[in-house]
Write a protein that binds this ligand. Structure first.
Ligand code: HEC
Length: 150
């Protein structure tokens, strides 16, 4: 009886291991999806600021609020287990021994995008240029240090 349980456990072991891998891949896909959605709205706001798209205060505010909410999501995707992912990732491996710095950048992003959402709705888009720029700087700070270039 004991033996057959042990056998079953051994048979199931690779299944658990596979489920574990799959789970860490899910986290990688999740964080990339969160960044992609954030980038989508952020770019559309940039086009308005730069005059490549007509400025619409309500649309800008809706997008700024989306970015602010989305900025809180990717952090959960940086699970240590994702270091062994087989998926393509642009995360630089050195992040794992500079995690505190990374977390600070993430927090700075959350703060800057909350400020952008708070000021969004302004009649004149030029009033948003500097607050948009300061959110964009948070993207760049982290990408320069922790994201592989193309
Ligand atoms: C704290 C660090 C950090 C901040 C802040 C940050 N990013 Fe990223 N971003 C990353 C990392 C790391 C990846 C790669 C994730 C992966 O491939 O697993 C990434 C990926 C992306 C992607 C996915 C596609 C690609 O090029 O890899 C987009 C789009 C993106 N970021 C946009 C933004 C925008 C827009 C902002 C600011 C509003 C921002 N990010 C802020 C770290 C950050």
């Amino acid at each position: 009886m004991k033996r057959s349980i042990a056998c079953i456990a051994l048979t199931l072991l690779p299944l658990f291991a596979a489920a574990q891998d799959r789970r860490s891949d899910d986290y990688v896909e999740y964080r990339q999806a969160a960044f992609t959605a954030m980038g989508w709205h952020f770019k559309k706001m940039g086009a308005m600021i730069q005059g490549r798209a007509p400025y619409d205060a309500l649309e800008f505010k809706r997008r700024a609020e989306a970015v602010s909410a989305l900025s809180q999501l990717p952090a959960e995707g940086f699970l240590p287990e994702t270091q062994d992912t087989q998926l393509a990732t642009r995360l630089k491996p050195e992040m794992w021994y500079q995690k505190e710095r990374f977390d600070t950048y993430m927090q700075d992003l959350i703060t800057a995008t909350a400020e952008l959402a708070a000021q969004a709705g302004a009649k004149d888009k030029d009033d948003l240029r500097s607050v948009y720029g300061s959110a964009a700087r948070q993207c760049k700070n982290c990408h320069d240090r922790f994201r592989e270039s193309d």
